[in-house]
Design a binder for this molecule. Structure first.
Ligand SMILES: [Fe+2]
Length: 563
């Protein structure tokens, strides 16, 4: 039996008839955008042979497109063999017709074939062809005229044409696959680059002074453009700003609903993000009907949780790329909050240490009680007069508080001796700057105050101790402290003398500027002398309230904990 399939025949109708019992299908417009049709047309162009695109359906075989104005006829017996072939296939009949086929991509889920036929001998008029023409209603003359226009090719030539077309199409397909993979890889790289840039920007903003809420607010919208979520939110366990529930976009949950979700999920392993793409039909969907899909990450671990991060209602399902990105953001925020907490604890310890050190000095030398605080205050005013940066002022203040810390290593009898010290005793006293440095040397957080501690007894002309530095070789912090230290020492009462009058003190400053003190610091003193006198006179030993300012978060040079 012949599968007789007529396309654009001389009768001018599009029809398909599969033998006597085959059903008739009105195929409608050819699905030109289908890959099987495109592939069939490619085979036609490459080989020059006529082709029909034959698709298998539950109802039977259908021709859905053709490259030829020809009688479409294929023996049913051949179709099965063609369908099982994995490459070019051809059969030549004794009557002089070569039937051939090439596999095509499926049409939807229907298997498809590119099939065709061509005469191999001009001197024969095959029976198959005559029967097909009769079934199609052609006259003998129509058939003869039509045959005059049809090509003829040997089976060997058809075989070569088919194989060449198959190879070329395969190469084209591989090239297109590679091109698609390259495009996909390029898009992936671009997406990854955007993610890395975002993470880099966020980590670049992780200053300890940065409020976590500001950081979260800053990152919310930026991250949402990458995840394409309709809404995003961050909720903090503790208040870090005016609000602890930050949202961006069209967030489908209010704060109460969001916390309900977090509580429901709390038993999970939060080392990984929780991704839920299909909520429809789940109990959660009944409780939170506006929520379609989400990625939920814990900020911090369960033992030390700082909050939650969620992105929800993406147009497509959340994948591992978005989930990993959000987990990274949550980890960055968690680490930042943990660092701030550790830093705050560190600051508290440092404050306590400095307070106890200053108290210890006061306890050792009761005659100079309050000296360290007054030196710190005067030095700060001098620093302000020199237009130093706020950070430098804090450093000078702290160094002033600790400048005599080395006296804890000097014999109490010498420190408390009311009479003038002999040479040997004075040599003992002169060791306190170095002892102070040794005490503080192991404290990494106080390294920046060491220049003031070690060199506050250096003289501008190089005659001081412990290193005999001169002029600008003496650290500025120490030159400022030297003036403040002398001001308080000369102005305060001692067991063996009353404090000097301001006139006498300032006369000594004028006489010894150059040899002992830096002229620019003395000039600064005289510009600020009224303020210094007011602050110095009003000062009483306190609980070092100003200390918290010097050690304030983000302004101190204390090395932050490592991430
Ligand atoms: Fe000193």
């Amino acid at each position: 039996m012949i599968a007789q399939l007529m396309t654009s025949s001389p009768a001018g109708t599009l029809s398909a008839a599969l033998g006597d019992t085959a059903p008739y299908f009105d195929l409608g417009p050819a699905p030109e955008n289908e890959s099987c049709v495109k592939q069939m047309r490619l085979f036609g162009r490459l080989s020059g042979l006529p082709f029909w695109c034959l698709a298998s359906t539950a109802e039977g075989q259908q021709i859905v497109a053709s490259t030829a104005d020809s009688l479409a006829m294929i023996p049913f017996a051949q179709i099965e063999a063609f369908q099982s072939a994995r490459g070019p296939h051809l059969v030549t009949t004794e009557s002089g017709i070569t039937y051939y086929s090439l596999p095509l991509p499926p049409l939807g889920e229907m298997p498809a074939l590119a099939i065709g036929w061509i005469r191999s001998r001009p001197d024969q008029r095959p029976d198959d062809l005559v029967f097909a023409a009769v079934d199609a209603g052609w006259t003998k003359r129509q058939l003869n005229d039509w045959l005059q226009t049809q090509p003829i090719a040997s089976p060997e030539l058809v075989d070569r044409l088919l194989n060449a077309s198959w190879s070329q199409a395969g190469a084209d397909h591989r090239e297109e696959t590679l091109r698609n993979e390259l495009t996909s890889a390029g898009e992936q790289i671009e997406e990854t680059y955007e993610e890395i840039t975002l993470l880099h920007s966020i980590t670049g903003n992780l200053h300890l002074s940065r409020n976590p809420q500001e950081l979260a607010d800053w990152s919310l919208a930026r991250v949402r453009t990458l995840t394409q979520a309709a809404g995003a939110a961050i909720w903090f366990e503790e208040h870090h700003g005016p609000t602890h529930f930050l949202t961006d976009g069209k967030m489908p949950l209010n704060e109460k609903e969001f916390l309900h979700l977090c509580t429901r999920c709390d038993k999970r392993d939060w080392s990984r993000p929780f991704v839920k793409n299909r909520l429809a039909g789940t109990p959660l969907a009944q409780e939170l009907p506006e929520l379609r899909n989400f990625v939920l990450c814990s900020i911090g671990e369960r033992s030390q949780r700082f909050g939650w991060l969620i992105h929800c209602n993406a147009p497509r399902e959340f994948g591992s790329v978005q989930a990993s990105l959000l987990q990274s953001i949550a980890k960055i925020l968690g680490t930042h909050l943990q660092n701030r907490e550790l830093f705050s604890q560190n600051q508290g310890l440092l404050t306590s240490f400095v307070q106890s050190m200053v108290s210890t000095i006061d306890a050792k030398d009761t005659y100079t009680r309050g000296h360290s605080e007054r030196v710190a205050l005067v030095a700060r005013i001098l620093g302000e007069e020199l237009s130093l940066a706020e950070q430098d002022l804090d450093d000078i203040h702290l160094s002033g508080l600790l400048h005599d810390i080395g006296k804890v290593g000097v014999d109490d009898r010498i420190l408390r001796k009311p009479e003038r010290l002999n040479e040997e005793e004075f040599e003992q006293i002169k060791k306190h700057p170095e002892i102070g440095c040794q005490i503080l040397a192991g404290l990494e957080n106080l390294q920046h105050v060491l220049p003031g501690v070690r060199h506050h007894h250096e003289s501008y002309n190089g005659s001081g101790y412990p290193d005999g530095l001169k002029e600008n070789d003496i650290p500025l912090m120490a030159r400022v402290l030297a003036v403040a230290d002398s001001y308080d020492a000369m102005g305060s009462d001692r067991p063996y003398r009353k404090g000097m009058t301001l006139d006498r003190l300032e006369a000594i400053f004028r006489e010894n500027v150059g040899p002992q003190w830096d002229p620019q610091i003395i000039e600064a003193y005289f510009r600020a002398r009224v303020k210094i006198r007011r602050v110095w006179s009003a000062h009483r030993p306190s609980n070092l309230a100003a200390l918290s300012t010097c050690l304030s978060l983000g302004r101190s040079r204390v090395t932050p904990p490592k991430k």
